[in-house]
Design a protein around this ligand. Structure first.
Ligand SMILES: [Zn+2]
Length: 303
């Protein structure tokens, strides 16, 4: 090894040592702890990361406000994990306690989940348009408090996950809350519904979707479904059609999610067993018809 190489190696090792020392120093000043469980020296420990590894599960049945969509059926909603325990802690830390060091982990996890959902959407043959991946709008106050549109970041990673899975898609932050909407934080189910009743609008006419263009909604947490229902109304009024929604987590109903086994089985298995989209979304010439659950029939083989 020449002297120059020796010097370079020495500099590299010094650089690595310096970086480690700087990190350790930073941790002395600002100790890092797992956002889910508080374990020291980890942004997110393996145990708290595990629930985010999917596969996503259907959870729209647990959202009472999604059943109130003008007599129309709920669209499928997938979530990576129940909103409980360490997951709840880490999502709150990310949204409301400034833990932006979680953004990379959370967006990457949702991108992987989006690949599973995209496999279902691809089977639905959504037409000639790219899938619009639309984030649920945050209030201006929430964006200021968080320093970024965090749900918008999730939507961008979902669009990437869909594209990687072969479904043409693009993130489209096209929805906005109407003026006068309160931040949803701290509101109960009824108050959320009242707050959001007609409170979501399409941002600009320039971004209007093609008639029947498919839309995948994205939000951080499915709670009552009021937010997604308001988004669906705005999308429908603009001419698009919501074909589903994907969230990081879903609030479980009392007694937990019935009949689901989060994080068990191979990715995609739970999606294939739902019977959607073949019976849920049927294409007719020039339009897309949303079938209600009561008219759902399994597809007939050979037709
Ligand atoms: Zn942890």
């Amino acid at each position: 090894m020449g002297s120059a190489e020796v010097g370079a190696t020495w500099l590299c090792s010094l650089g690595g040592a310096a970086a480690l020392a700087a990190r350790d120093l930073a941790r002395l000043v600002l100790p890092v702890e797992c956002a889910g469980c508080g374990t020291l020296d980890e942004v997110l420990c393996a145990g708290c990361r595990a629930p985010l590894t999917g596969p996503p599960q259907r959870c729209e049945e647990s959202a009472p406000r999604l059943d109130l969509m003008d007599g129309r059926p709920a669209f499928p909603v997938w979530a990576l994990t129940p909103y409980t325990g360490p997951v709840r802690e880490l999502v709150v830390a990310w949204k409301d306690r400034g833990r932006v060091d979680l953004t990379q982990t959370l967006t990457a996890a949702l991108a992987v989940g989006a690949g599973d959902v995209a496999a279902v959407l691809r089977a639905a043959r959504l037409g000639p348009w790219p899938l619009l991946v639309v984030p649920a709008p945050s209030s201006a106050a929430a964006r200021r408090r968080r320093g970024a549109d965090l749900v918008g970041l999730l939507a961008r990673s979902v669009a990437s996950g869909c594209v990687a899975a072969g479904v043409p898609a693009r993130a489209a932050p096209v929805l906005a809350q109407r003026a006068g909407m309160r931040d949803q934080v701290g509101l109960g189910a009824r108050a959320r519904g009242r707050n959001l009743g007609g409170g979501v609008r399409w941002r600009t006419r320039a971004d209007l979707p093609a008639a029947g263009q498919p839309v995948l909604l994205v939000d951080d947490v499915l709670t009552t479904g009021a937010t997604l229902a308001a988004c669906e109304r705005a999308v429908r009024a603009a001419g698009g059609i919501v074909v589903g929604a994907l969230t990081l987590a879903a609030t479980p109903p009392p007694g937990g999610f019935p009949g689901t086994s989060w994080n068990e089985g191979p990715a995609g298995e739970s999606l294939a067993s739902t019977g959607w989209p073949q019976g849920w979304l049927e294409r007719a010439p020039g339009r897309v018809t949303v079938k209600t659950r009561s008219t759902h029939r399994p597809p007939v083989q050979g037709q």
